[in-house]
Design a protein around this ligand. Structure first.
Ligand SMILES: *[C@@H]1O[C@H](CO)[C@@H](O)[C@H](O)[C@H]1NC(C)=O
Ligand SMILES: *[C@@H]1O[C@H](CO)[C@@H](O)[C@H](O)[C@H]1NC(C)=O
Ligand SMILES: *[C@@H]1O[C@H](CO)[C@@H](O)[C@H](O)[C@H]1NC(C)=O
Ligand SMILES: *[C@@H]1O[C@H](CO)[C@@H](O)[C@H](O)[C@H]1NC(C)=O
Ligand SMILES: *[C@@H]1O[C@H](CO)[C@@H](O)[C@H](O)[C@H]1NC(C)=O
Ligand SMILES: *[C@@H]1O[C@H](CO)[C@@H](O)[C@H](O)[C@H]1NC(C)=O
Ligand SMILES: *[C@@H]1O[C@H](CO)[C@@H](O)[C@H](O)[C@H]1NC(C)=O
Ligand SMILES: *[C@@H]1O[C@H](CO)[C@@H](O)[C@H](O)[C@H]1NC(C)=O
Ligand SMILES: *[C@@H]1O[C@H](CO)[C@@H](O)[C@H](O)[C@H]1NC(C)=O
Ligand SMILES: *[C@@H]1O[C@H](CO)[C@@H](O)[C@H](O)[C@H]1NC(C)=O
Length: 286
């Protein structure tokens, strides 16, 4: 009787350690992936996460749900809808009763070789919390509207895959007031600088992060091809340095130039040149 009791105690004592070990191995992997894909230094000067940030793209008519592992290569259809975010920490104090700021940026716009429009801000929101008394105690739920709503990846034709980088920060008390003077309805998505923003609104070092790649839609591939190609891709991992090599996996760069020109022509043809250009940029470039 006593022996069983002590054995149970031993198992109970070991459990947190086992979880902590797998978490720390995952943290190491994410940290390494950030360096290998040059997310450090391209997006962040340094990255030493203390929690895991998971991204799950929802089930849609053509796709099953996708859980992102750092550096996974995904498709446009898989990433078309706003994902769910979760925060996994081995320390309750680190997440309980805390609020978080989430940013998702593309440092490769319009292409990894020509980043003149980067960063492109795909999502920015504050007041995210986890709730221990729900079914999924790691799920991050927003308590206020996003500063910049989710915009799905649309890298231009001919571009190698872009990196899409999620960064999670602990939220300062005055964030809601200060952030709006830097990102609001009139702020363009391109030419965003996460480091500058973070400094301006006094965000401290990121506590978690994750990233994935998305390549352009294949102009020759039909939508049915894209859809049937997706299930296997949920576990696919991109070669870490894809984005830094030259356009080896891309179509000729002239295709990209033609695409951009088409967008510009459409924009100029519109009566409301400025508004149209902004909208067309959003639709065409990334
Ligand atoms: C971390 O990455 C290594 C090498 O890619 C892999 O073998 C290992 O399973 C990963 N660890 C976890 C916890 O996913
Ligand atoms: C994604 O993760 C969730 C929670 O960890 C799990 O329930 C689900 O089965 C996973 N989905 C896929 C497609 O791996
Ligand atoms: C978070 O993502 C990692 C890597 O894909 C996965 O191994 C882990 O099970 C996920 N955790 C949760 C709680 O979904
Ligand atoms: C979170 O806040 C609630 C209500 O204020 C409190 O009861 C609880 O102890 C807090 N939890 C932690 C881990 O601080
Ligand atoms: C870089 O991209 C911008 C925006 O699409 C474009 O105007 C510019 O010509 C490109 N520069 C080069 C060197 O291709
Ligand atoms: C957490 O979820 C429970 C159950 O849905 C809800 O009653 C409670 O108000 C939530 N707490 C917070 C801080 O959002
Ligand atoms: C959370 O974000 C969603 C999607 O942007 C939005 O519709 C919802 O209103 C937000 N929740 C709150 C409480 O503001
Ligand atoms: C909105 O953001 C822009 C920067 O994109 C800033 O110049 C402007 O002052 C902000 N507007 C307000 C009302 O804070
Ligand atoms: C963002 O701004 C910082 C200085 O505030 C600069 O060092 C960095 O190169 C900029 N990042 C990008 C991607 O332009
Ligand atoms: C694009 O189409 C070519 C030719 O059909 C094919 O080899 C390639 O795998 C496709 N790429 C993607 C991302 O669908």
């Amino acid at each position: 009787m006593l022996r069983i009791f002590y054995n149970s105690l031993l198992v109970l004592a070991l459990l947190p350690a086992l979880y902590a070990q797998s978490d720390s191995s995952l943290l190491t992997n994410v940290t390494q992936a950030f360096s290998q894909a040059q997310v450090v230094p391209d997006v962040l000067p340094s990255f030493a996460p203390t929690a895991l940030a998971n991204i799950t793209f929802p089930v849609s008519t053509t796709n099953q749900a996708v859980n992102v592992t750092a550096g996974a290569l995904l498709t446009e259809p898989q990433t078309a809808n706003e994902p769910a975010f979760s925060l996994i920490s081995s320390s309750t104090d680190q997440v309980a009763n805390q609020t978080f700021v989430l940013a998702l940026v593309d440092p490769d716009a319009p292409t990894p070789q020509n980043t003149s429009l980067s960063q492109f801000l795909h999502f920015l929101g504050g007041d995210f919390r986890v709730n221990a008394s729900t079914d999924d105690p790691t799920r991050l739920v927003n308590q206020s509207a996003a500063l910049m709503d989710y915009f799905p990846p649309t890298p231009p034709e001919g571009s190698p895959p872009h990196r899409y980088v999620l960064v999670v920060y602990s939220q300062p008390n005055d964030f809601a007031d200060t952030a709006r003077s830097f990102v609001n309805a009139s702020t363009p998505r391109n030419h965003f600088n996460l480091t500058t923003f973070a400094t301006s609104v006094k965000l401290s070092n990121p506590m978690a992060g994750n990233f994935f790649f998305v390549g352009p839609k294949n102009s020759t591939a039909s939508t049915t091809t894209a859809a049937s190609a997706t299930p296997g891709a949920s576990t696919a991992t991109a070669p870490a340095a894809t984005d830094t090599t030259d356009a080896s996996d891309g179509a000729p760069t002239t295709t990209n130039g033609g695409h951009t020109n088409t967008c510009a022509v459409v924009g100029m043809a519109g009566g409301l040149a400025i508004i149209t250009l902004v909208m067309v940029r959003e639709l065409c470039n990334f």
